[in-house]
Structure formats: C-alpha cells, structure tokens
Design a protein around this ligand. Sequence first.
Ligand SMILES: Cc1cc2nc3c(=O)[nH]c(=O)nc-3n(C[C@H](O)[C@H](O)[C@H](O)COP(=O)(O)OP(=O)(O)OC[C@H]3O[C@@H](n4cnc5c(N)ncnc54)[C@H](O)[C@@H]3O)c2cc1C
Length: 580
Amino acid sequence: MAISEWPATTRGLNPVTFDDNFRRFLKRASPDFMARRIRQFEEFGDYVCTTFEDQADYSDRVHPPVLTHELTNPTQPRDRRGVVYLNDRYLQAQQELHRRGFLSPVFDLQNPEAHLLPFCTQYVLGDVSGGCPWAMTHPDAWAIARYASPAVKAQFLPELLRTDGQAKTGGTWGTEPASGTDLARTVTEVVRQDDGSLRAYGLKWFTSNAGSGVALATARLRGAGEGASGIGLYLIPSHIDEDWRIRNEYEVTHLKDKLGTRALATGEIHLQGALAYELVPPPHGMKAMMEILSCSRVHNALASAGVMRRALMEVLCWTHHRQPFGIPLIKQVPTKKRVINMTTEWLAGSALAFEAALSFDQGINGSEEDRIWMRLVTALAKFRTAEQAEWVTRMAKILHGAAGYVEDYPITRINRDAQVLSVWEGPEQVQAKELTRLIGGKVPGDAVFLTRLQQIVQTLPDDTMGYDKARLVLKLHDLEPALATLRERPQAADHVEDEFLDLMSHTLAYALLLKEASWELAHEHDMKKLLVARHYYERAFERKAAPDFRVTDLQSHFDTIAKGVPIEMPDIPANPGLTI
Ligand SMILES: Cc1cc2nc3c(=O)[nH]c(=O)nc-3n(C[C@H](O)[C@H](O)[C@H](O)COP(=O)(O)OP(=O)(O)OC[C@H]3O[C@@H](n4cnc5c(N)ncnc54)[C@H](O)[C@@H]3O)c2cc1C
C-alpha cells in the first residue's frame, strides 16, 4: 500500500491493506483462494488493528489470566480445585476467529477449503499470545477429523467449529516435567475402566491455552509398555456432560510466570482421573502428536512472519514522527539501513512461512515426495522465521530508543512475546534433528530438497536474473556433496546438523525470494523483490572482510520502498558478470 501520511501509531492501520506482499502471495499462489477470501481478510484486518489490538494490550497488562481455587463441594471447604479465568475480551477475541469463519470451511465435507485459510489468519493476526490457541485449535480439529471414532468426532468436532460465539478452543498437552523434547519419556497414564472408559492420571507441565474446552494429550496406556511404543493420543475435554457444566477430573495447579505471552494462560495441569477418549492407540500416538506439531509449527512460522510485519509497521510509524536532532528518524541513513534489513528479513521469513503453509495442503493430500517437502520446509521455516522474528523485534525495540522498553508502546509487548517463538514447537536442535531424519529417510530428503530448488532455478529468467540464478546454482552445487556425506555418515550428524539447518534455511529463503522476484518482475513490473533477494544473499552468505562504503541498490531506492510503490526494472540487467 502506498502510504503518504504515516500515522503516529499503528492503531487503525489495517495490516492486510498495508501488506502488498501478502496480497501478491495470494494472487500468485491461488487466485481462486484470493478471490474467495481477500475481502474476509481485509475486514479482519480492520478488526485486528482496532478491537483485537486493544484487547491484546488489556490482556497483557491489565487483566492477564487468573488462577483461582474454587470449592468443589461447599460442604467440604478444604476441597478446592484450580481453575483459570480469562478476561472476557480475550475470550471474545478467540471467538471472533471462529465467528468470522476462518476454521469451519476447512472441515466442510462437501467443499473443503484449504488449510491455507487458518494459516493466513495466523499471519494477519501477527500476535503471539492471541494466536497460540488458534495454533492448537486448528491441528486439534484436523486430528479429530482424521482419527476420532464417528461417535467422538460427532461429539467434539462441531464444538471446535462453532461460529455462534460458543466455540471450544483446543490445547495440546505433551510436555511433562521430564519430557519436553523427549516425549517418549511421557509418564502420564491412561487406565481403562471396567466399563471400557478411560481415565488419565499425571502432570502436564506446560499447557498453553489452559482453560481450553478440548485438549489432545500424549499418555501411556497402562500395560502398553515402555518407550514411544506405549504412547497413545487422547482427547481430554474440560467438561464431561452434554451441557459443558460438570468439570472433568483435572485442575490447573499453577500458572507459569513467564518472560512474555502474559495474556496467554500457560498452566501446569494435574490429571486426577480425567475422562479421556482414545484418538490414536499405542504404538502410533507419538506419530500422531508429531503430525499435530507439524501443523502447529507452520502456525509458528506464520506467527513469526506476522510479528515481523507488525514490528516493521511500528517502526515505520515511530520513525516518521520521532525527530532526534530535528530530523525525522526515517530520513536518517542509519535508520534507513536498519529498516531495509528488517524489511528484508520480514520478506524472506514470509516467503518461508507462505511456502510452509502451501506445502501443508500439498503434503497431506499429495505424494510421499510432497510429504517430505512439507516436513523439510516446516522444519526450515520454523527455525529460520523464529530467529528472524526475534531479531526484527529486537531491532524494532532499539529503533524506539527508551520507548521500546516501556509498556506505553506495543513494541515492548511484541518484543517480549516474540522470544518464545524459537522455544515452543521445538527449539533449533529439534528442527535440526528432523532435518537429519529426513535426509537419512527412505526417500532421501536431500534429493527432494535439491530437486525442488532446481525446479525453482528452471523458472528463473536468464535475461533479468541470470546472475542471481547462477548464484543459487552454485549454492546448490556446494550443498549437494555435503548433504550426501551427511546421509552416509549419520553418526556425525550431531556435529553438523545445526549448520545444515542454518545453511539450508538461508538457501531456501533465497530461492523462494528469487521465485517471487521473477513473478513480480513479470506480473507487477516491480524489481523490489529482486533487490531484496540480493540483499538477503549478502546478509546470509557474505562475510565482509571490511565495511563496504557502497550505497546498496535497496538503499538507493529507499524512498520508493517506504512509499510502497513498485521499482521499475532498468533495461540493462544488473551484475551480468556471472554465468552458470
Ligand atoms: C510459553 C510456553 C508455552 C508452552 N506451551 C506448551 C503446550 O501448550 N504444550 C506442550 O506440550 N508444551 C508446551 N511448551 C513446552 C515446549 O514445547 C517445550 O519447552 C519445548 O518443546 C522444549 O522442551 P523442554 O523445555 O523440555 O526442553 P528440554 O527437552 O529440556 O531441552 C532443553 C534444550 O536441549 C535441547 N535438546 C534436547 N534434547 C536434545 C538432543 N537430543 N540433541 C540436541 N539438543 C537437544 C532442546 O532443543 C532445548 O534447547 C511451552 C513452552 C513455553 C515456553
């Protein structure tokens, strides 16, 4: 969007109309989806930058979740149970996502919408605390639709899909005191009763959206044995009667006192014989939980990209008005340089996140190769976008000066909340291990990665992007033997898998930026994305021996970029020196 007058704050600045890159992604990836949904997203954008944002601030600072200990039986005053209360504005914000129809169409049996819909919703929201329940409700609904018995599905799936303001939201309960990364050490137990029903006992140690109506939990079925093969996946509702009035036998014993995401209730939950329904029996429960997490990880990537967009919007508003030395910050070269770097990381991260969202629909409906690609992109995008979001929000804080460290400005909350993106849904090492697993798999992940990136290379035009194409080819050329070595020497993976994660995520981001750039040159006559891709290449791959005094192409076009208008391609291709 071309903005002539930057407002003092982002309140009222619609993130969808601001964000040409999102609109172009939809147009490029699925014009039909764009035609069906863009109006819905624009209207949602109006809500996000007003009512939702007011709620986010209120829920973070004024009325975060509260844990109370309620009497379970008035005649027994010592019998109490921990219950979480969320403020009404937070609850309403969650309902708004359902009410606006961002989830239910995906599960329409006649004409199902792509999972892209709830993923894009997460991106537009761009708020970690508000988006976390959504990142669990969507995969919960997907898992229930796939795995639950007809009776369990009929009982619970419609509850998650309601659009009447009464929808139940979801949780995923994996982590325990001794098992976060290592879910095979789960000790929560599910015991079959004489009447065939199941009861769960144990302690779930980090449960976000504590207070959800439905949770999917890993647990060990008594008698099923040790290790991962003894674990099943169970649905645990908050209430056990039809009217959702009688509480299930579990309680929130503690709310985590966290660095950020204060609006989000993250609890310790003690299961004291909670009624549970088997979704996936052992030995396949762990695998099913991993599938749920693969969906949440895509959400994490989109949340990271959305948070970067939000942080950049905050910076643009702030720097147009703040005037140290009597000059608006945005007109000062050091600021321009940082804004360009932030923009570059946001666009690269968005390219990764959008590809992860697209690959999800293809992966769950397509071939084995599509599935491997989905898992590769998810791991690479989860890792890289979280790193970027932490960096971009940190930079936004710095550009705000002292204002970036006080609660009067939203960037403080945004920066705090972003710190969790690299931790939950599997930290860096977990994504690196996933990469190693895929590379060593029956269908080698490295071959899928290289083939897909070669396919991107084939689509790049030689005349305008020959140099960029050659640089990508050289990167793939260097990676190929290294990946083959990793496949042959899995015992060495611990030493190098983080480096592969780093390198492959940069290479993928660069390739996706080039792919977008070639489309934007052809369809929008705009070379901004190409300049961004080149700048990203330099940031990702080029260690400078000494500071470079040249004004980069992106810097020379700063005013055009800040106005949000296209940059026309000159007749002579830039940097024609390198050929394949
Ligand atoms: C705010 C918040 C909310 C959360 N909400 C939920 C929730 O709703 N549901 C839920 O189930 N969990 C939740 N979590 C937990 C989160 O998913 C875990 O913290 C995360 O998966 C890591 O597990 P851990 O903390 O046990 O780390 P650990 O397993 O103790 O690992 C510590 C570090 O060692 C690394 N590591 C572990 N094993 C290896 C290995 N073999 N090789 C190399 N490195 C390794 C890890 O990557 C990590 O960096 C939440 C966490 C936070 C902070």
